[in-house]
Ligand binder design. Structure first.
Ligand code: BES
Ligand code: ZN
Ligand code: ZN
Length: 494
């Protein structure tokens, strides 16, 4: 399954053709800028330089983008303007852009970060997700090229660096969005294998696919329990990236929840929003596309991506509330609610990865609980971590990437109620509240050794109904930008 690529082409330097020029304006400079020719633009409040505002002067072929007040400048607001512009761009035939990056901006944001955010946002905005429609198939528009114009050689070099990163990262953000959005009858566990193979062959990664027989042989009781009600066979897929010259002790493991559909099983979900559960594979999609981006960027850090893939359906053969299974690590689990299935899959993958690879760092990504949406909406992923230093590194990467995280407590007390009267543990707690926290406690029972482990609950950020900041509407590919920035930091550690 080939990975989709963007129709936009970016470069640094002046354009040759006749392109629309883009200028950025802070709010306090707007009046002065338009003073002579267009004072009415500011006076009549058509454009005042507010963050996110856009003014298009077709006769002059100029687009102004507002940056808001200097003191309050936020890259995420800039990104949001460019996502919108990207959406417009794919409706225009061969309209190229010449984006001017003024060096006065470098006080606020370095040219490489600016170019990175702008080009990634344009690519995200310009990537259509009406994948299965006639208009998608028949769309023949070729958007024009995009040039970044900077004021000196040093800034140009930085811009090129930002662009190199963006070309890789945006392809994988969009690749993730593409598979997130494909429905469960298109993107099956088998398709996950095919996508992973494509990623492995593009980047010369080692790939191991555990099929149902192997999962049975090696006693992956959690993954097997989840898929019993489905006619789709479960998988565990592992990709490995071992760059020359990296410190093998500093391995980063990315674990992903890959439920290609979550009907809830016998504890069936209400019909209203069940269709959204095609996104329940987002964590796994992000894990495999992140390792691809890290490898393509040549970051000097060994990484493995391990994903558990299954479909959760109700059926005569499905696991029933009250059933008990034995997990990969040997503990017995009473499944009181078959809709709390992600933790069953992740538990097995986590304990396998700890045992086989003993990574220094491990991050799991999962659309694990509706409760994280109650707590944080769609703005930030819930971050629960067993190491204060690792927490800080992740938060720093969240600031530079603008994939937001918010720390939640990983306190053992939230797991006290995971006791079962028949098995070692049960998969839900009795009471209401704190569902994200008890889910993380469940996962913590499968973490072995002294790995620095973080759990990211991406149920809210993987998909959203409204664009905001660097995140687009619909499937977002949330997590790729965060983890690439984190891997950059970790790769610089000795
Ligand atoms: N995949 C869902 C979580 C989810 C909900 C993701 C909404 C995205 C949007 C998960 O498998 C689930 O159903 N969790 C249950 C757990 C509960 C039964 C303890 C939930 O959150 O309701
Ligand atoms: Zn569920
Ligand atoms: Zn689920």
């Amino acid at each position: 399954m080939k990975i989709e690529s963007s129709k936009l082409h970016f470069s640094v330097g002046k354009s040759k053709g006749s392109h629309y020029k883009i200028f950025h304006i802070f709010k306090e400079d707007a009046k002065k800028h338009f003073k002579k020719k267009y004072s009415s633009i500011v006076d009549e409040k058509i454009f005042s330089g507010d963050a996110g505002q856009q003014l298009l002067l077709h006769a002059e072929k100029i687009i102004y983008i507002g940056l808001g007040e200097k003191a309050k400048f936020q890259p995420r607001k800039l990104a949001s303007s460019y996502i919108k512009l990207g959406e417009q761009l794919i409706k225009w035939k061969e309209v190229g852009l010449e984006i001017h990056i003024d060096s006065s901006l470098s006080e606020k944001i370095s040219p490489d970060a600016m170019v990175y955010h702008i080009s990634t946002s344009l690519s995200i905005g310009a990537f259509p997700v009406d994948l299965l429609s006639k208009s998608y198939r028949e769309r023949k528009i070729t958007p024009g090229n995009i040039y970044f114009v900077l004021e000196n050689q040093k800034d140009e070099d930085l811009a090129k660096k930002g662009l190199r990163k963006s070309n890789v990262v945006s392809r994988h953000v969009n690749g993730t969005r593409h598979i997130q959005h494909l429905p469960a009858n298109y993107f099956t566990p088998e398709e996950f294998v095919s996508r992973s193979k494509e990623i492995a062959s593009e980047n010369k990664l080692r790939i191991t696919v555990f099929d149902e027989d192997r999962l049975k042989k090696e006693k992956f009781g959690g993954i097997l329990a989840v898929c019993e009600g489905s006619d789709k066979k479960p998988k565990m897929i592992i990709l490995e990236y071992n760059p020359a010259g990296s410190n093998r002790q500093k391995k980063l493991a990315l674990i992903g929840k890959g439920l290609t559909f979550d009907a809830g099983g016998i504890s069936i979900k209400p019909a209203g929003e069940m269709h959204e559960m095609k996104y329940d594979m987002s964590g796994a999609a992000v894990a495999i596309h992140t390792i691809a981006a890290i490898a393509e960027l040549g970051l000097k850090i060994p990484v493995i991506a391990a994903i558990g893939v299954a479909e959760n359906m109700p059926d005569a053969a499905a696991i029933k509330p009250g059933d008990v299974y034995t997990a990969y690590n040997g503990i017995t689990v009473e499944v009181q609610n078959t809709d709390a299935e992600g933790r069953l899959v992740l538990g097995d993958v986590i304990s396998y990865v700890c045992k086989k690879y003993q990574p220094e760092y491990m991050i799991d990504l999962a659309t694990l609980t509706g409760a994280v949406i109650v707590a944080l909406g769609h703005e930030a992923a819930g971050l629960l971590c067993n190491s204060p230093e690792f927490t800080e590194q992740i938060k720093k990467a969240a600031l530079t990437s603008e994939d937001r995280v918010w720390e939640l407590p990983l306190w053992e007390e939230y797991g006290e109620d995971l006791k079962s009267d028949i098995a070692d543990i049960r998969n839900i707690t009795g009471g209401k509240g704190g569902g994200t926290l008890s889910a993380a406690q469940f996962l913590s029972r499968f973490v072995e050794g002294d790995v620095k482990w973080a759990h990211l609950d991406i149920a809210g950020t993987a998909w959203r109904g409204k664009a905001s900041g660097t995140q687009c509407n619909g499937p977002t590919g949330y997590g790729i930008r965060l983890l690439v920035d984190l891997a950059e930091t970790l790769s610089r550690e000795k």
